[in-house]
Design a protein around this ligand. Structure first.
Ligand code: SME
Length: 146
């Protein structure tokens, strides 16, 4: 994957200021073959609420209490969570039987977490350092649109 080229596309989406969250989700899902489900959760009080998402199936986890699951952990600490093997992480809330690894990247605004990017992969250990850095770079810009 050419992350710099992908960043160029993301940058265009961000600067257009139109449907940014939806467009970023769609771009990531359609560009990265290892990403089998891409969603953005939004912080609502002490819960995360599912915003735009793209994948073959809907998740039943529309609302997740902050502190619960991998998503809730990332929202609580404000730090990216990379789960190499979801079967070995007791915090993991199962959405899809096919998921083997997951990354959750918090979105900050005014010194608090306002949302997060959540990506599942059907591949074990799918998320390398470049994915983490690329997604964190995107997340730095998304707070403006939440
Ligand atoms: N697996 C997540 C729940 C969200 S689904 O992956 C879409 C978790 O453990 O918090």
């Amino acid at each position: 994957m050419d992350y710099e080229k992908a960043w160029g596309c993301i940058y265009e989406i961000i600067t257009s200021k139109k449907n940014v969250l939806e467009s970023v989700v769609h771009f990531l899902y359609s560009t990265f073959s290892a990403y089998s489900w891409v969603g953005i959760y939004l912080v609502d009080g002490d819960e995360l609420v599912l915003g735009p998402w793209k994948g073959q199936q809907a998740t039943e986890h529309i609302r997740i209490p902050i502190g619960m699951g991998v998503c809730g952990a990332a929202a609580k600490t404000g730090k990216t969570e990379v789960v190499e093997d979801v079967k070995k992480d007791s915090r993991y809330l199962a959405c899809f039987l096919s998921t083997r690894s997951e990354i959750v990247v918090p979105i900050w605004k005014n010194n608090s977490v306002v949302g997060e990017i959540d990506i599942d992969s059907d591949r074990l250990d799918a998320f390398i350092d470049e994915d983490k850095e690329f997604l964190e770079r995107i997340a730095q810009h998304l707070g403006d649109f939440i």
